[in-house]
Design a protein around this ligand. Structure first.
Ligand code: BDP
Length: 331
């Protein structure tokens, strides 16, 4: 009797210890840190907030976190490294700067590789996007969905750009990736890779004459106030990735992983819808702000002038030929 009592107590004590060992683990799951370069009122930002909120709700609060907006957690290239190390848990990254860490993603940074934004959706949601997802995963990044970032066009403080020759001699800020340096050089311009946060001041003080971006970024950063010519070259359509650190993802239960994937899909759908609305609103804002917007009569001339970017890239990375062709030759 006594013995069984002791055993009983022992079993109880064991159970208590086991609960203690398990419960704090769940409760202590560290709060996720989400990196975002954009201001709080931006399609990417709303998509990320919706993602985190859904994950928290569907896991009954077991997974919590915070989105840090406006690049307060550091520059994009640094953040990509931190994501891989698990210092950051999730974020939305342009596949432009991603190319330095995951070379396969460079394929979407080739000028005019996509024929249109709808084609970009189709390819990124299909087998080509999956191939990029695998490459990201091999580098410690889990792609949960591809956000829309529209098409990037040139803006500057000097004059409208109508032909590639207009870029000659211009100092143009680009994102961190050698491909973009080559792109500007192929038109005779001087490229300056620079962090997003520094562009406004650099245009204002004449360190650079201009930059290139999609309408929502041109507007939300107030770049349009210091670079009044926006020329719709639409030379780059670069999707963005709602990405998680594989280190964080691998710690989740299979059920939690499903929740995260589903929340990623929902947030992608939401972001794409918000993007369309914001793009139109941004164009209205910049025009009302006195920007001179010009369409490009002959986009083929820009396409032709940027062809050397492909040649140089494929010569240096022959193993990427198949992947580039998969995108370039798609319908
Ligand atoms: C924006 C992208 C952001 C980039 C930025 C840039 O959303 O990820 O950092 O362009 O030009 O469109 O640096």
């Amino acid at each position: 009797m006594k013995i069984s009592k002791i055993m009983g107590r022992g079993a109880f004590a064991f159970a208590a210890v086991a609960t203690l060992a398990v419960a704090p683990l769940a409760a202590q799951a560290k709060d996720w840190r989400g990196w975002n370069i954009h201001v709080e009122d931006y399609p990417v930002s709303h998509g990320m907030e919706a993602f985190m909120a859904e994950v928290t709700e569907k896991t009954d609060g077991a997974l919590k976190g915070k989105v840090f907006h406006a690049g307060v957690l550091g520059s994009q290239p640094d953040a990509i490294e931190q994501l891989r190390l698990g210092i950051l848990d999730f974020g939305v990254f342009s596949l432009g700067p991603m190319g330095q860490a995951v070379p396969e993603t460079n394929v979407v940074s080739l000028p005019f590789v996509f024929k249109s934004v709808p084609q970009m959706y189709k390819l990124m949601d299909g087998a080509p996007g999956e191939a990029l997802g695998k490459a990201l995963e091999a580098k410690g990044i889990v792609a949960l969905g591809y956000y829309d970032a529209g098409a990037r066009s040139f803006y500057n403080s000097i004059k409208p750009i109508n032909t590639p020759a207009d870029v000659e001699g211009m100092k143009v800020r680009v994102m961190n990736n050698d491909l973009f340096v080559g792109m500007i050089e192929s038109m005779g311009g001087n490229a300056t890779p620079m962090a997003f946060a520094e562009v406004y001041q650099s245009i204002k003080t004449g360190v650079v004459d201009g930059a290139e971006n999609n309408p929502p970024s041109y507007e939300s950063t107030s770049h349009f106030e210091v670079a009044k010519y926006y020329s719709l070259t639409q030379h780059l359509i670069i999707p963005e990735c709602l990405c998680m650190s594989k280190k964080t993802f691998d710690k989740l239960t299979p059920e939690q992983q499903d929740i995260v994937k589903m929340a990623g899909k929902h947030s992608t759908d939401l972001q794409r819808k918000l993007w369309q609305e914001r793009e139109m609103a941004s164009m209205e804002t910049v025009k009302a702000g006195g920007v001179e917007v010009n369409e490009i009569a002959d986009k083929a001339a820009f396409q032709a002038s940027m062809a050397p970017v492909y040649d140089k890239y494929l010569a240096a990375n022959p193993d990427m030929t198949e992947l580039v062709n998969l995108f370039r030759n798609a319908d």
